[in-house]
Ligand binder design. Structure first.
Ligand SMILES: [Zn+2]
Length: 253
């Protein structure tokens, strides 16, 4: 049975006093396992907030090393970290932030042939990648392992977020089936991934605490240049190659 030490009670006091969290909620966070896919602008922020909130187990994956051009937004990584793996840089900061968090660092690029092993026995997949192709890989793992997938995307001054729960809501593929990475520009201003990843982190905490009101069946669009924030409905694609009837048939043998 999970218990909280006196130090943990002090550390998490300001969230444990929120009605609906309490000791029971904090124990749920401590038992939770979250997979963070990518330690760039999004994963930096969600990594910090997952560790700070007391999520007990983090699996963090990224195959890249820290470069100067990362530092305008990837706040887990500092100037002395240039050239070292992002997983190593992240591990150092997250352990310093919260030594109670058990972190597994996976210095690997996420691919279709290793994604299941990387995700492992995680309860949630948090998207911190920067391309649609890898997100489709994560989405297929989400659907086949029956694990919620929290998508976040950024481009220039724009951000998008949505939560996908296998078997209950549309999946990432339902929404982005026609889209590829061709039109994406690599430009990003730092606060945009921070905003998107903060929303993703809140969604992850709500899932762990078994709360309602998730950002499911909807895509949140953030237009930072004039601060227009809106939600659009996301329908399930009945012909979806990932979560549609063909997939159900495959799963039922
Ligand atoms: Zn789908």
């Amino acid at each position: 049975m999970t218990t909280l030490t006196s130090q943990e009670r002090l550390r998490y006091d300001r969230q444990m006093i929120i009605p609906g969290i309490g000791e029971a909620g904090q124990k749920k966070l401590k038992q939770a396992k979250v997979f963070i896919a990518g330690l760039g602008g999004l994963g930096s922020v969600s990594g910090y907030y997952m560790a700070a909130a007391g999520v007990g187990h983090l699996r963090i994956a990224d195959g890249d090393c820290v470069e100067f051009a990362n530092l305008n937004r990837q706040i887990l990584h500092h100037t002395p970290d240039i050239g070292i793996p992002k997983t190593e840089s992240a591990l150092k900061k997250l352990r310093a932030l919260n030594p109670f968090c058990v972190i597994t660092a996976l210095h690997e690029t996420i691919r279709i042939d290793n994604v299941i092993g990387l995700v492992g026995d995680s309860d949630i997949i948090l998207d911190g990648t920067d391309n649609i192709a890898t997100r489709k890989v994560l989405n297929s793992a989400s659907v086949s392992l029956d694990i919620p997938f929290i998508y976040g995307g950024v481009n220039g001054f724009n951000g998008t977020v949505s939560t996908f729960i296998p078997g209950k809501t549309p999946c990432f593929e339902c929404l982005f089936h026609q889209q590829s990475d061709k039109t994406q520009s690599p430009g990003v201003i730092g606060p945009l991934p921070a905003m998107v990843a903060a929303i993703q982190s809140l969604e992850a905490i709500k899932i762990i605490l078994e709360m309602d009101g998730l950002l499911t069946n909807r895509l949140l669009l953030i237009r930072g240049v004039d601060m227009v924030i809106k939600k659009i409905d996301v329908p399930k694609n009945p012909e979806c190659p990932i979560c549609g009837p063909d997939m159900e048939k495959r799963q039922n043998g």
